[in-house]
Design a protein around this ligand. Structure first.
Ligand code: G3P
Ligand code: MG
Length: 341
C-alpha cells in the first residue's frame, strides 16, 4: 500500500488534533494581523493534505468587550468565521460566577468602562458599577480626574457611603491606575463602603472579594518592546495596599495560566468538538508567552508550541519549556499536523 494512502487511512482512523490559539503575539499585534495567521487558519479550515477541517478555539488574556463583538472583529481581521463560542477571553469564565452576585452592586474595572459594565450586565451582574459612577457620586474621591461628557455614569443613583460593595472584578487592563487603586483601597479598607471608617481586615466578617482576570505582567502589542499588562496593575495595587496596611490583599486570579481558565477552555473545546460531531486527539496550545500560554498548557497536559513573534524573545531560555519552539503560528500548525498524520 502506498505510504501516502496508508498515512491518509491512519489520519482518518486516529482522532484528529485540536488547536487552541493565543491571540496577541500569535495571530495579531495591536491592530495588525500577523502574516502567518491567515495561512495557519487556512490549513485548519481544510487546506491540508487530508482535506479535513480541524477544530480550534481562541484563548486570550485580552478582553474588555463582549465575546460576540470581539469574535466578529476577529472574523473580519482573520478572514475566517470565528464563532463567539470559539472565543474565550480573560473574563469569560466570570459567567460562571455571576449568579453569586446577581442582585448585588459590584465594582467592575478595566478597559472602556461603559463597555465593561455592559459585558458584566450581560454576564448577569445586574448592578455592575464602575469607578466613573464613584466619581459621579463624589468627585473628591479622586480630585485629579474630572469626568468628561463622554464618560457615562450608571443610571442607578448610588450613594457609595451607604451602599456596600461585596466584590470587585478587574475584567480588563485598567486605564486609570491611580483612580482604580484609590477606589479598590477605599472599598476594601472600609469593608465595602467608600469614605467610611477603616475596619481592620481581621475584624471584617465578609471581606470584599477581589478578582483579577489576567495575570500577564507583559504582553505583545505593536510596539517593538513588550507592554505592561493587567498583572502589572495588580502588582501596583498590591504594592500600595501593602504600604497602607503592611500586607498584600488576598485575591482570586483567573486567566492563563490558571487551572480554572484552562479547565474552562477544555470544556468549551469539548462543546466545539461535539458541535462538529467529532472528538479530539491531542490538543495543541500555540502561544507567545511562556508564563501564561506554555505554563498553562503544560499543566493541562496539552502539547505546547511557543512562537517567536510575541513576548518570548528568540535565543532566550523560556521560563516554561514548550513541547516545541517555532518561528510563527503557521510553522506551529504545520509541525503539529506533520507530527499527527
Ligand atoms: O491584554 C491582553 C494581553 O494581556 C495578552 O493577550 O492574547 O496574548 O493572551 P493574549
Ligand atoms: Mg499572547
Amino acid at each position: 500500500m502506498r505510504p501516502s494512502l496508508r498515512r491518509c487511512l491512519q489520519a482518518v482512523a486516529r482522532p484528529p488534533p485540536a488547536f487552541v490559539f493565543d491571540i496577541d503575539g500569535v495571530l495579531i499585534r495591536g491592530p495588525s494581523v500577523l502574516p502567518a495567521a491567515k495561512r495557519a487558519l487556512a490549513i485548519l479550515e481544510g487546506d491540508n493534505p487530508f482535506k479535513v477541517k480541524l477544530p480550534y478555539i481562541l484563548l486570550t488574556n485580552g478582553g474588555g468587550v463582549s465575546e460576540r463583538y470581539r469574535s466578529e472583529k476577529l472574523t473580519r481581521q482573520l478572514g475566517f468565521k470565528i464563532e463567539p463560542e470559539q472565543y474565550i477571553q480573560a473574563h469569560t469564565v466570570l459567567k460562571t460566577l455571576s449568579h453569586k452576585y446577581h442582585d448585588s452592586p459590584v465594582l467592575v474595572l478595566g478597559g472602556k468602562l461603559d463597555q465593561v459594565r455592559q459585558v458584566a450586565i450581560d454576564y448577569g451582574f445586574q448592578k455592575a458599577l464602575t469607578p466613573l459612577d464613584v466619581l459621579s457620586w463624589n468627585p473628591s474621591v479622586w480630585p485629579f480626574h474630572q469626568l468628561n461628557p463622554s464618560e457615562q455614569a450608571s443610571t442607578l443613583p448610588i450613594d457609595f457611603s451607604q451602599t456596600r460593595i461585596p466584590a470587585i472584578f478587574v475584567f480588563h487592563d485598567p486605564r486609570n491606575w491611580a483612580l482604580d487603586i484609590q477606589i479598590i483601597c477605599d472599598v476594601i479598607q472600609s469593608a465595602g463602603y467608600i469614605g467610611g471608617p477603616h475596619v481592620p481586615l481581621h475584624q471584617q466578617k465578609n471581606p470584599v472579594e477581589l478578582v483579577f482576570c489576567n495575570p500577564d505582567l507583559l504582553w505583545k502589542s505593536d510596539f517593538p518592546v513588550n507592554r505592561l499588562g493587567q498583572g502589572a496593575f495588580k502588582a501596583a495595587f498590591q504594592g500600595v495596599f501593602e504600604g497602607l496596611t503592611g500586607s498584600q490583599y488576598p485575591c482570586t486570579q483567573f486567566g492563563k495560566p490558571t487551572k480554572a481558565t484552562y479547565d474552562f477552555a477544555a470544556h468549551v473545546l469539548q462543546e466545539r468538538l461535539h458541535k462538529m460531531n467529532g472528538h479530539a486527539g491531542r490538543i495543541y496550545m500555540i502561544g507567545d508567552n511562556p508564563d501564561s500560554d506554555i505554563a498553562g498548557a503544560n499543566a493541562a497536559k496539552w502539547e505546547s508550541v511557543l512562537v517567536r513573534t510575541g513576548v518570548f524573545a528568540a535565543g532566550t531560555t523560556p521560563s516554561h519549556q514548550p513541547t516545541h519552539e517555532v518561528q510563527d503560528v503557521e510553522e506551529a500548525v504545520s509541525w503539529a499536523i506533520a507530527r499527527e498524520f
